[in-house]
Design a protein around this ligand. Sequence first.
Ligand code: NG6
Ligand code: CA
Length: 510
Amino acid sequence: MKHLLALLALLAFVPTHAAERPNIIVIMADDLGYGDLSCYGAKAVQTPAIDRLAREGVRFTSGYCSASTCTPTRFSLLTGTYAFRQKGTGIAPPNGPAVIKPGTETLPGILKRAGYATAVIGKWHLGLGDPAPDWNGELKPGPLDIGFDHCLLLPTTNDRVPQTFVEGRRVKNLDPADPLWVGNEKPAGDHPTGMTHRHTLKMDWSHGHNQTIHNGISRIGFYTGGTRARFRDEDLADVWVKESNQWMEANKERPFFLFFASQDIHVPRIAHERFQGKSTLGPRGDCIVQFDWCVGELMKTLDRLGLTDKTLVVLCSDNGPVLDDGYKDDAVEKLGDHQPAGPYRGGKYSVWEGGTRTPFITRWKGRIAPGVSDEIVSTVDFAASFAALTGELPVPNGCLDSLNVIDALLGKPGAKGRDHILQQDNGSGNFGLRVGKWKLVRLEKRVQTQARVSKDAPPLPGVKHTLYQLTADPGERTDVSAAHPEVLHRITTQLDRLITDGRSRPDRVP
Ligand code: NG6
Ligand code: CA
């Protein structure tokens, strides 16, 4: 009887689906464009480690992130829901609260249910605390409250204050005698900024980024204190790699999910000294080289631990490329004929293809047959897809836009990806919707109408739709809406429904 009960108890934990439990590593670059890797055609910079991943796995030509800025893409990656459905998911400010509330169904939460160890290491940029981060106390809620059991974070962005790590729920190495203060107003007294001490900067700013100076670089926002807790930009890549390697080693006996969120190649682009000057593209290219080195180090660890055959690795980016994003770092001057977005139009901040169609590679040695796939897949799909892989299912009212495209992600012959991909920007109301070869672009516009009573009244908002045929016109140059009114109507209606329906994942189907 005792044995029977023990057996029943054990069976209760065995998932009903035939689950596989590979380790899963999502490596997300920051601001890396479709054309920025040599395996995607770049000539001015070489990325041998990522090229190896691509050779050993599937390189997607229609892999997307869900938004053209960081916070909304990361929100959707972790929640499986389009960011535009929730207010406050635009680029998070230094003192922004936690954007993902505890209780939300999340990718790490699903994988935790499946028995995974879960960690996020690197850039967070999804806010901490509620209603604001308590930098000197507990930073709660944060990653540990939405499904991760370990984290080492750059809390916002490398150009936003503060330049300190967060480990678990605390600022790492914070000296209580030197509290950390973060704010929007310049503190009283002698507080050098990028405006007052511009001549001292090691990298000058071009727009914004002229407030508190740290490590010779002025940032967005003000902060004081926390001196012992501050990092050097040059050391970030090494810290992420070391922490990830240790964490993977410590968790090698159980399935793990690692979200490796590099700040490369976001501004300020300050690679470690050993990578400086290693590309002809200036600091932007050097950071690509550094990012590639990180990928190589993580793969070496998998090899050393004998985990390469047991690990699904996914490489992606959080939004498309940008050149001058606020610092004078020669990104424009040294560009030459390098095409950061490949053949695509636009980049970071836009809903043209360049904004979200980004490098996307999956590798699972021995399991994924190497190749190139034109199937449409998105970072918003990780939640439902990895759930399916591990024998789980998102709760019916969660992960509202995450589709199970696991077979396409694993490159199975004949497997279909998405039949449509919705693209958003930072939340301004602009959208792209690609359906097969068609791409609809909806841009908010300000229209003048009879209804305006005086010239001082605000203009009424409106939207403008244009249509492109991507096979003939991948660069989205020629609006063909007049020639294809029925397609325009069909896809506009589809976009309106995607927005108003509140979800796009069928609630009953895995
Ligand atoms: C913008 C910043 C830009 C970058 C971006 C967020 C200015 C002028 N521009 O507001 O430099 O920080 O926010 O980038 O301050 S993201 O990749 O994290 O979304
Ligand atoms: Ca980004």
